[in-house]
Ligand binder design. Structure first.
Ligand code: AMP
Ligand code: P6P
Length: 335
């Protein structure tokens, strides 16, 4: 089986003018993933589960593993000097490197270092999500404009899922490939080449505890999923892990839709555009799927701030399109 390092090098050779900086960055992310994986796997054994006592901008308790993962990826990306700025869920403001070599780095990264971390102590799979752009500024420390780019301009995006096995799944705009970590030798191996959503799809993932706060279009789509119609493979099955990377990964392999919609309480939903929705949307489209707010393509949205939230519908194309039909039909503007 091809290793991640071999695969990345092979892809670079398709770009004769490439300097190797993206290759180095992707490999450094792979190294950080292995270090985080080691700590995640022993989370139950050492006092790494405990709350760190600080809160991130989301007002969520930062668990030690969140902080460790954030520091791990920040250090790994400093190491190679290809990154001049980072937007992280764990940092209120953008993070810029002080070392000279990073100031000339040509990439910026948006990341959620440990998404779903509330699941750590209950042993539910969690994940890292990353998104890579070319900087827009010419030199010096990266700035906000470098990070507030439309998702359609991503150079690469991916996630690591720390589950029953640890996988790194990523795209650079030429398909989606998945690599499984062989713990016996500490190497990511190409286990899932050219990942695409399967034709069908009958899984819907949404936190129905919020049902009374959902817009009518979401409620009607949920009812559609629950109707008995064997011709369209309904009723669907509901699966909701509470960890975006895990729900998306399962839906990518089995077919399905993940929805975190806006509600009357939180019209923009919960998920962050820069480091959750954009990277997952890039992967979804590269795998033949679709990602929208229920109305607008995620990758077309011009971000306004680094922790901006947007409603998120992502997964099998025909399932997202059906949900969008209900959103349009029952939209207040349609009355
Ligand atoms: P670089 O000069 O190494 O930063 O690469 C320049 C551009 O070539 C990147 O922004 C990508 O669009 C493409 N490229 C370089 N290396 C790779 C790779 N390993 N995989 C996919 N695309 C690559
Ligand atoms: P809720 C984790 O906090 C996360 O950002 C996603 O990974 C997950 O899908 C969602 O929030 C879960 O949110 O409100 O359903 O618990």
């Amino acid at each position: 089986m091809k290793t991640l390092v071999e695969f990345i090098a092979e892809k670079q050779s398709e770009f004769p003018y490439a300097t190797g900086e993206l290759t180095r960055l992707l490999n450094d992310i792979g190294i950080a993933a292995k270090l985080v994986n080691r700590e995640v796997n022993k989370a139950g054994l050492v006092d790494i589960n405990g709350y760190f006592g600080q809160q991130n901008i989301q007002g969520e308790e930062q668990k030690k593993l969140d902080v460790f993962a954030n520091e791990c990826f920040l250090k790994a990306m400093k190491h190679g000097g290809m990154v001049c700025a980072v937007a992280s869920e764990e940092n209120d403001e953008i993070y810029t490197y002080e070392n000279a070599v990073s100031k000339s780095g040509k990439y910026v990264v948006a990341m959620d270092p440990l998404d779903g971390s509330s699941n750590i102590e209950v042993n539910v799979p969690i994940g890292t999500i990353f998104s890579i752009y070319r900087r827009k500024s010419s030199s010096g420390a990266g700035n906000l404009e470098d990070l507030l780019q439309c998702g359609k301009d991503q150079v690469a995006a991916g996630y690591i899922i720390y589950g029953s096995s640890t996988m790194l799944v990523y795209t650079t705009g030429h398909g989606v490939n998945g690599f499984t970590l062989d713990l016996s030798v500490g190497i990511f191996l190409l286990s899932h080449p050219e990942m695409t959503f399967p034709e069908g799809g009958n899984i819907y993932s949404i936190n129905e505890a919020n049902y009374i706060y959902f817009q009518e279009g979401v409620k009607q789509y949920i009812k559609y999923c629950q109707q008995d119609d064997p011709a369209t493979n309904r009723p669907y099955t509901t699966r909701y892990i509470g960890s975006l990377v895990s729900d998306f990964h399962r839906n990518l392999i089995r077919g399905g839709i993940y929805i975190y919609p806006g509600t009357f309480k939180n019209p923009h939903g919960k998920l962050r555009l820069l480091y959750e929705c954009n990277p997952v949307a890039f992967l979804a489209e590269q795998a033949g799927g679709k990602a929208s707010t229920g109305f607008e393509r995620i990758l077309d949205i011009q971000p306004s701030h680094i922790h901006q939230r947007v409603p998120f519908f992502v997964g099998t194309k025909h399932m997202v399109e059906k949900a969008e039909e209900f959103m349009r039909e029952y939209s207040p503007e349609n009355k």
